[in-house]
Write a protein that binds this ligand. Structure first.
Ligand code: H79
Length: 422
């Protein structure tokens, strides 16, 4: 009798068990997070791509760690800022494309312990996040401009290395991810970026994702590869686009995965890493509308700041975030824990839904009064303006509702109608 063929053991081990639905739901419920880009590039004040765009040879760039001493770094201050902004999680760059690890790593000497600071800021941040009930995610670059095994093919590395060692690079990343998931035991997930640099290689994501979920079954995995989500990924992100948009040019291939939590990442100005010349600060109105527009598309907003090398988050960011936090303290239940409401995004705004409520966010004057909303999702019990609880005049019609938008303000983010259903 012939034996039935069996799958080799190593292939079985690589099967990815996704994080639980509850972990994914909790992620969506948070709706607002702080993205932090911080590394030795912050010293140069020209963004995290400075090595690439200024064609800085790796041999020169790698002098930067010797000058990195963030004497004002205060994890408590960062976490407090995030909490005051109404944010529920933080995603910070553990290692960006320049290859510098801002954490204590045995797998690479090019890390924070090689700086005069000689202290792991991620350990401190993880401790404070846990104390304060903020979830912490690590951004992790797949692309590396400096390592020989990666063999980045650009003049910035003093000529293309003659040969890479891809297996070695994959093993290196697994070693670092193991550090990140075990040395910071409460880590909530990994945010990958940079895959688009090498479409020609096998990234071994089956093994990498399986490793992450083996070490921490409910760590959420996202990968900013600009395509539809792949097996083993727990959330889908859109860089500088709301789901369905493609302003960035990155989201063209990213059909929306209805099954997964969504996240839009944007930044407070036009830069990720600290950029001294970038004063294109988003206004409070822009930030709140971005958050509302994301929630109305079923997405979280991961909003970035690039702290200065000294560890300070500039007041132009912090003040706006504080104002957004004041808005959330008042209107948060129309955002946290919601999902896209009964209407898809409209020219005038969006709807969000939670526990018997539909929140109609009027972000700009619809130009018509009354406003017709088609297809109510149930029997309406009452309609009030959110916050004041004053009744909103309405007429139920055959196929929906006419809402009379009388006495509405012009701020563009505080006209919310709370519809309660039986
Ligand atoms: O971490 C932040 C950025 O550094 C990283 N993702 C966010 C969250 C990122 N920025 N850009 N990209 C990823 C893709 C960049 C592609 C390009 Fe280029 C950089 C297009 C033009 C410059 C490299 C050089 C690829 C094509 C030319």
């Amino acid at each position: 009798l012939a034996l039935l063929p069996v799958r080799p053991l190593h292939a079985q081990q690589a099967v990815t068990e996704p994080a639980s639905q509850a972990a994914r739901d909790n992620f969506s419920d948070m709706r607002f997070g702080l993205f932090i880009h911080w590394g030795v590039y912050s010293l140069l004040g020209d963004g995290e791509w400075v090595m690439y765009f200024k064609k800085i040879p790796y041999s020169s760039y790698s002098r930067l760690p010797d000058a990195f001493y963030p004497h004002h770094f205060d994890a408590k201050a960062w976490v407090k800022m995030a909490k005051d902004a109404g944010m529920k999680y933080i995603t910070i760059t553990a290692r960006h494309h320049d290859g510098f690890s801002i954490f204590n790593s045995k797998a690479s000497a090019y890390n924070i312990m090689a700086t005069p600071y000689h202290t792991d800021p991620l350990a401190e941040l993880a401790k404070v996040c846990k104390q304060e009930g903020i979830k912490l995610f690590f951004y992790y670059s797949l692309l590396d401009w400096g390592r020989e095994d990666y063999a980045y093919g650009s003049p910035i590395v003093n000529g293309k290395p003659s040969k890479g060692d891809w297996d070695h690079y994959i093993a290196f990343m697994k070693a670092q991810l193991t550090e990140l998931l075990t040395n910071y035991p409460d880590i909530a997930g990994i945010w990958f970026d940079g895959e688009w640099d090498r479409p020609d290689v096998n990234w071994h994501f089956d093994e990498i994702y399986a490793l992450i979920h083996k070490l921490k079954p409910n760590a959420l995995i996202g990968n900013n590869h600009h395509h539809a989500a792949r097996a083993g990924e727990d959330f889908q992100m859109f860089e500088r686009d709301l789901p369905g948009e493609n302003k960035s040019g990155f989201s063209g291939d990213a059909s929306i995965s209805a099954a997964l939590p969504l996240e839009t990442c944007e930044t407070m100005n036009n830069s990720w890493g600290f950029t001294i010349t970038d004063n294109h600060y988003k206004s409070v109105r822009q930030v709140i509308q971005l958050l509302v527009n994301a929630a109305g598309r079923n997405a979280n907003l991961l909003l970035n700041v690039g702290p200065m090398a000294n560890g300070v988050i500039q007041p132009e960011f912090a003040d706006t975030l504080t104002a957004a936090g004041k808005w959330l303290a008042r209107y948060g239940s129309s955002i946290y824990g919601t999902r896209q409401g009964f209407l898809p995004p409209q020219s005038w705004g969006v709807t969000t839904a939670r526990a018997g409520h539909q929140y109609v966010h009027i972000l700009q004057n619809p130009g018509v009064n009354p406003l017709f909303l088609p297809g109510l999702p149930g029997k309406l019990r009452k309609a009030v303006t959110y916050g004041t609880e004053l009744p909103v005049k309405y007429t139920l019609v055959d196929k929906g509702i006419l809402l009379y938008l009388d006495g509405f303000g012009n701020a563009g983010y505080d006209n919310i109608i709370d519809l309660t259903f039986e």
